[in-house]
Write a protein that binds this ligand. Structure first.
Ligand code: PDD
Length: 277
């Protein structure tokens, strides 16, 4: 693939990272994952806005304007002849300098982005899957889409080893979100999810789900729920750029109602499909 590295386009083999790189050594950087459907970016504005918020929060000076970055990302699709479904990964780190915890003086941020073919996993999205609860060991600032993903990686691996598609993270029993997704519960026709505070990632799909609920007359309640509430839920689902809206059928080995995707979840899946299509 052709990679966008700073403002240049390179063959991926030409991308060399120095041994002292703050993204590698400290996780000192942030990232985004953006979906492409039929050669068009989906929720581009939302992702770019969030990237700029993340960058500002960790005091990196963005080397581009939003417009410039959007133009470069467009060129990335053209150079790779992406005209179908793909995902684009982008990351920006504080840069390369002699290893020191404090910010090096005059360091220049390192940026790269690449596109990868990626198609919708329709059976997984249609049938849904099982999830398990897991303590949320992350820091207080999960609204920053940081490269430090060790707690997320460990939680996801544990889920995988237990035959689950996702780990649902909780702090003292209060569900925050999934290891790489936002989490929702449906009860009495209302959708509940953790408020967009600093301790969760403000998902771009979450923002759209709020809009879909508005359009469909489904109350969207930003009120955290507890692990114990899930046994009384009518439905549960997760969202992310990669999994879209995916039903949760089993939680900690127990069926959620009948153990099949619920009606509200289906409506939101159709709304997503219409919006992204
Ligand atoms: N992750 N919460 C966490 C912790 C996430 O990592 C993600 C996405 C989301 C959903 O955000 P969005 O709707 O903007 O994709 C919520 C991406 C897909 C990843 O790390 O691969």
């Amino acid at each position: 693939p052709i990679i966008l590295s700073d403002k240049e386009f390179l063959n991926h083999e030409e991308l060399h990272y120095p041994f002292e790189e703050r993204g590698l050594q400290f996780g000192d950087g942030v990232y985004e994952v953006i979906r492409v459907y039929d050669g068009n970016y989906y929720l581009m504005e939302e992702h770019i806005d969030r990237l700029f918020r993340s960058v500002e929060a960790i005091k990196i000076t963005m080397p581009y304007s939003k417009e410039e970055l959007k133009g470069l990302l467009q060129q990335l699709l053209e150079k790779n002849q992406v005209d179908l479904d793909a995902k684009v990964y982008l990351q920006i780190t504080r840069g390369s300098a002699a290893r020191d915890h404090a910010f090096p003086v005059d360091v220049k941020p390192n940026f790269y982005a690449y596109a990868q073919e990626f198609s919708r996993n329709l059976p997984a999205m249609w049938n849904g899957g099982s999830v398990m609860s897991h303590p949320d060991h992350r820091w207080d600032w999960c609204y920053i889409k940081s490269l430090n993903l060790l707690p997320n990686v460990l939680a996801k691996q544990e889920a995988k080893e237990n035959g689950c598609m996702e780990a649902i993270l909780h702090k003292d029993g209060v569900v925050t979100e999934g290891s790489s997704s936002n989490a929702y519960l449906v009860r009495d026709g209302k959708v509940y999810t953790h408020p967009a505070k600093k301790n969760i990632l403000h998902g771009c799909v979450r923002m759209r789900v709020e809009q879909f609920c508005d359009d469909l007359g489904i109350p969207f309640v930003e009120e955290a729920f507890r692990v114990d509430d899930i046994q009384h839920a009518d439905e549960m689902f997760i969202t992310s750029s990669t999994t879209e809206v995916t039903p949760v059928t089993h939680f900690d080995g127990k069926k959620i109602t009948t153990g099949s995707p619920g009606e509200v979840t289906r409506k939101l899946q159709y709304a997503y499909e219409k919006d992204a299509g």
